[in-house]
Design a protein around this ligand. Sequence first.
Ligand code: XMP
Length: 511
Amino acid sequence: KVIVIDFGGQYNQLVARRVRECNVYCEIYSYRTPLDQIRKMNPKGIILTGGPNSVYEKEAATAPKELFELGVPVLGLCYGAQLMNYVLGGKVARADEREYGKTEVIVDKPLSRLYDGIPSPMVCWMSHNDYIAEPAPGFEITAHSANCPCASDEDPERKLYAIQYHPEVLHTMFGKEILRNFVIGICGCSGSWKMEDFAQKTIQELREKIGDGKALCALSGGVDSSVAAVLLSQAIGKNLTCVFVDHGLLRKDEGDLVESVFGPDGPYDLNFIRVNAQQRFYDKLAGVTEPEKKRKIIGEEFIRVFEEEAKKIGAVDYLVQGTIYPDVVESGLGGESATIKSHHNVGGLPDYVDFKEIVEPLRYLFKDEVRKVGLHLGIPEKLVMRQPFPGPGLGIRIIGEVTAEKVRIVQDADAIFREEMANAGLDKTTGQYFAALTNMRSVGVMGDERTYDYAIALRAVNTVDFMTADSVEIPYPVLKKVTSRIINEVSHVNRVFYDITSKPPGTIEFE
Ligand code: XMP
């Protein structure tokens, strides 16, 4: 395996991800990990990531000189590149101008094994204030840019390579190939590792770690918690208990779907407990219209219900969470990375439940990787490939007060929308789409009668990262069909709107 040493840069998990894309297994460790521990892992290669510090600052994250003397190939990226040169006797200084963005890099030494098959010049992603002013003794510069005399340097004898730009960022045109040259060409990894191996390895590790201990999992039916639960169930079987809280704010028939997969009639050997807490949630939400208040109530009630179930089970050793890497980063828990925003999925439950330790088997994976693992584990595609669904569920897709009747209306309208999107073949190409219930009522006419009913809003967006999104141009005939079906089949709806607002200024959800 390859070890990625984390110095707190924002692209660190991307480094690991790109390595995995080369079919090479890797793990991330903090720069604080003792050298002995790293040596014992017997890595085939080591990658040092970027980081926010300056190597010459007093308290800066650093690496011992001996790390470069293990005989294992080391690749330093950005901060890691500067650190390698600095620790080995080179000079790093503040540049007159920060180099940021797409930058043309010229390869000076095409015979470098790092640049095998790579054209020059090439576009690379730069993001640095400091630069390598003088390579460490024994190092030779292998590339430069207009503002950066040393865009990469190396000492192939000692198998040490340093790159100032970011090959892990997709803007670097040949980044993946360069990383491949390192992990496969230079480190000699075979490149045969697959996501399936991750599943097997994780199951094995969980089995060893948990042994005969007991674990408890809050299963939402979402992709992440489902995959986490199946990994655990394959590792420890009946020593796992999954609690699925049906808060009555799920999509139509979703509770039953989750139960059919994870319940006693499904293929998995786990203790599945479905708590039908619909009425409790509706009671708590009665009369509440303010979105943040609704979210809070739903979140808190969820914890209450979960806690009551957990008490019935008694003390457990482990609490399983389906945390994935983007949650970790956003919450500022990601090793050395800086906080971006706090996320509701992480760190919510634990205080209330009697357990010793949290296990998060998906902590280092991205969503698409989690999906791959899920498919490999045989979880139905319907569950694994589905679109994101917010924790507070339909509670935030019903604008204003939530009632059982409104839930029924939005569930039925949403089911029709999803069915027609699938019929039109748009379900696989659209990032997220759903029906919401506005709190607007208006006058209409139906079969000679005056109606005074609700309006449904449809939303469909494409997005790369859910931070920005564009509305999807659904063909008019599809929209018309959905509209006509909703009005005919769902009582108390007499109008349908299609929302074409992008994000920003809108958000994806309505509340
Ligand atoms: P917004 O509405 O902020 O949504 O543009 C961005 C993405 O996040 C999802 N979302 C949530 N997911 N809990 C979740 O698990 C929440 O409270 C929540 N709010 C929004 C939303 O569905 C979209 O994919």
